[in-house]
Structures are given as C-alpha cells and as structure tokens.
Design a protein around this ligand. Structure first.
Ligand code: AMP
Ligand code: MG
Length: 427
C-alpha cells in the first residue's frame, strides 16, 4: 500500500515511543490512498456526498444581463452630476419575457427583477427612488450611478469553466449551483464503507441485562453516529469478547468488506500484545503512545483482504469513551474524509477567552471538554465542563467544544485566549 513503507521507516513511529499528535496525523495522511469508485446520483440525494469530478458549467449563469431590482431601466450615460434626469417610460418588461426593442434617447422602461435588460441599457433605478407622474419618471440627482442594479451575463458562472472543484463535500448551496446549470444528476464518489466494532469482556450491548462487573457499550454507538454524520456507510460489526480467535476473524472479515475499520479498546498496554500479534498477521500497523490527553494508546495501519488486492485502513482507538471520540476527531475524521475522496476542510480553530486558569504541562496535546458562550462584553469565552476523566462521557455530552492546548503550550492564565474546536456549526 502506497505510503506504508515510508511510515514504517519513520523514526517517529519506531516502536512504543511517544509521538506527537501532529507527527501521528502527518504519518496517517502520508499513508492514505482515496477510494476510486464513483456513482451518479440525483441532485436531491447529493447532500454530504463527495464530488468526484469538477463540475464544468455548460452555460453562462445568468444567461443574459438582467435587472437586480423592480424599477426603471435606462442608459446610465444620460446621468449628469447635480442634475435630475427626466425619462419617459415606454413599456414594462416582466421576468421571463422578451425585452423591449431599442429605446430612443430620453426613454426608459419599467423592468421587474430578473427580467432581461433591453439592448443598450445598463442601469436600473429602483422604483422607490423615482418620482413617477403618468409615463414620466424623474430621478433626483445622486440617487443612482451608471451600471447599478444590473446583473451581468455570466457573472455567477461562465460556460466552460469549473463551477465546483472535485473533492467538495456537497452543501445545499453547491446543489443549488449545480441545478442552476440545468443539470439533474451529479457524479460523486461511492460512499466510504467504515466497519466499527467494540472489544472487551466487560462490555455489554445496550438492551441486555447488565451483569455485575460490566458496562454498556457506548463507543460503538458514538462512533457509528460520528461516521454517519460524515456521510459514510457505517457497518456495525458488533461487540467482541477479548478473544484472539474472534478478534482475528472479525478483523479479517472487516478487511475484506470495508475501506476502513474503526475499533475501540484492546490497544492499551495490557491488551496491545495479543492485538498486535493478530494484526501483524493481517497487515502493517503502528502502535503509538501519542503525547496527548485523553487518548494515549492508538494504532493505525493497513489490513490486507484475503484476495491480496483489497486493503482497509485500521484506526484502533482507545477504549475509554471520551478518549475514543477525541482520537476519532483528532486522527480518524479527516483521514476518513481523505479516503472518501474529499478535500477536507480542517476543523476550524477559533479563539475564545478562557474564563478560568488551566493547568497544562508542555510536551503533550490536551483536549478539554468545554462550553463556549458569548460574554456580556460580546467576546466569546470558554469554560471547561464537568470532570475531564477519559471515561466521563457525560461531560463530553454537555460540552459544545474542545479546548485545544498544543504540544508545547504551558498553563493558561484566566482571561487568556485559547484555541477551541466547536462540535457543531449550524444546520
Ligand atoms: P481498553 O482500552 O480496552 O483497556 O479499555 C479502556 C477502558 O475503556 C476500560 O475501562 C473499558 O471498560 C472502557 N471501554 C472499552 N470499550 C468500551 C466501550 N465499547 N464502551 C464503553 N467503555 C468501553
Ligand atoms: Mg478492553
């Protein structure tokens, strides 16, 4: 698999050494090969899909110069500084109807928004800025400049030029733009298939009685939801005992069926050895202790399918529920988008004022669950929520953001700005 050999030789990934978040992200990025398959879908089904090829505009949009306002169209060359302009209206043009013939000097025409501009006219004065008396229209000095309120042919899109670049994760405006070209279908990458399973003898599926010493499986549900939110096909492979035979069979099955595999648990010090034995039979995987909190143990690599041609990228996340979600966002999210063929937008980093002092030692990245809100002075501020323990999912649920403290950063004084990742934009 392209990139993996390089990854193995990287001094940063040698054995169990600590690796920084940035170095791990770079090593992952270098190893990825996007899927190639595409399909054609109707526009109504295209939201969130990854555009497979540039969309080339077959037409100029708009196709003609047209009015941006309801008003009177006239030749702007007739305007004189400090002098009112008196014009005679010779008709009305509605949107979707042919423009009037050529106008004589001193004439104008009533025009509706979207109607095609008659030849030779370049300016529209909005109705509310004129005084109309019968068919005479008076435009006071200074209310309008030549060329205003006219939309130019091709000002939105030019025929033969790319309208949207391949790799775009399609948003509502993109879909509207494609429709504005008269197209009804769009070529997108096929959906990335991402297999998910949980591991652990203590982990029980929701809906079952909870035996003593056990906990319910939350990771699989959170991860399936996170993957679906990325517009991908999440394949639920269930919950596995800590049993090498089952684990190997599940990984083999997933490597044959999926483009990527996301697991949780089984990579911390106690389990890593037998997980490693299995994985080494199936592919090449790096086990990292990433210099981050939460989320230290993490493994990434490639597992080969039985036919030798297909391979799946493995993201083996830590078992602690918050660590598994944070490592998903930090390492897997962007990587899965790249695999899906997207040109991913990085998570936007915003700055907010930290209400409280934050303790932090340099030499690792920290991701603290927090709530961002607007302060009385209008500035965005952020405060941590609940316990920061790696297993406390409630504080992750109550948070609307992560405070991101970089590798080299030390403690933060109250009132200082910190970087934050918001969990949601707006939908
Ligand atoms: P592990 O990485 O397997 O050692 O697990 C670390 C911690 O995460 C342990 O306390 C596990 O019980 C917990 N854990 C592992 N998998 C899950 C899961 N699917 N849902 C909730 N907690 C889990
Ligand atoms: Mg475990």
């Amino acid at each position: 698999m392209a990139g993996m050999a390089e990854l193995e030789r990287s001094p940063l990934s040698a054995g169990e050494d600590n690796i920084s978040v940035d170095a791990a992200r770079a090593a992952i990025r270098a190893a990825l090969t996007p899927i190639a398959g595409t399909e054609t879908v109707p526009l109504v089904a295209a939201r969130g899909r990854v555009l497979a090829a540039d969309v080339i505009s077959p037409i100029d949009v708009p196709a003609h110069d047209n009015s941006a306002m309801d008003g009177y169209a006239f030749d702007g060359a007739a305007l004189r500084d400090g002098v009112a302009l008196e014009l005679r209206s010779v008709g009305t043009i509605h949107a979707g109807h042919a423009p009037a013939g050529p106008l004589a000097a001193g004439e104008c025409v009533r025009i509706m928004t979207g109607a095609v501009m008659p030849a030779g006219l370049d300016t529209v004065v909005p109705l509310e800025l004129c005084r109309v008396d019968g068919d005479m229209v008076r435009i006071a000095p200074g209310v309008i400049r030549a060329g205003e309120n006219r939309r130019r042919r091709g000002e939105d899109l030019t025929a033969g030029r790319p309208a949207i670049a391949a790799g775009r994760v399609l948003r509502p405006a993109d879909i509207g733009l494609v429709a504005s070209l008269g197209l009804t279908e769009i070529e997108v990458r096929r959906r990335l298939r991402v297999a998910v399973f949980s591991t652990g003898d203590e982990v029980v599926a929701p809906g079952q009685p909870l035996p003593p010493h056990c906990i319910y499986d939350s990771n699989r549900y959170a991860l399936l939801a996170a993957i679906e939110r990325l517009g991908m096909e999440a394949i639920d492979l269930g919950l596995l005992r800590d049993d090498p035979v089952m684990l190997e069979a599940a990984l083999r099955d997933a490597a044959n069926r999926a483009d990527a595999i996301v697991t949780s648990g089984g990579v911390s010090a106690g389990d890593a050895d037998y997980t490693r034995d299995i994985i080494e039979r199936l592919g090449e995987v790096q086990f990292w202790k990433v210099a981050m909190r939460p989320g230290r143990p993490f493994a990434f690599g490639v597992l080969h399918g039985d036919d030798g041609a297909h391979a799946a990228f493995l993201f083996a996340l830590p078992g602690n529920p918050v660590a598994s979600l944070v490592t998903f966002y930090v390492f897997a999210r962007e990587a899965l988008l790249v695999l899906a063929g997207a040109e991913p937008e990085p998570i936007p980093v915003l700055q907010a004022r930290s209400v409280a002092a934050l303790r932090k030692r340099p030499g690792r990245s920290e991701f603290q669950r927090a709530r961002v809100s607007r302060a009385d002075d209008g500035i965005w501020e952020v405060r941590t929520v609940g316990s920061q323990g790696a297993g406390i999912l409630r504080s992750m649920s109550e948070a609307n953001a992560l405070i991101v403290l970089g590798y080299g950063q030390g403690s933060v004084a109250a009132g200082s700005p910190v970087d934050v990742w918001l969990f949601d934009g707006w939908t």
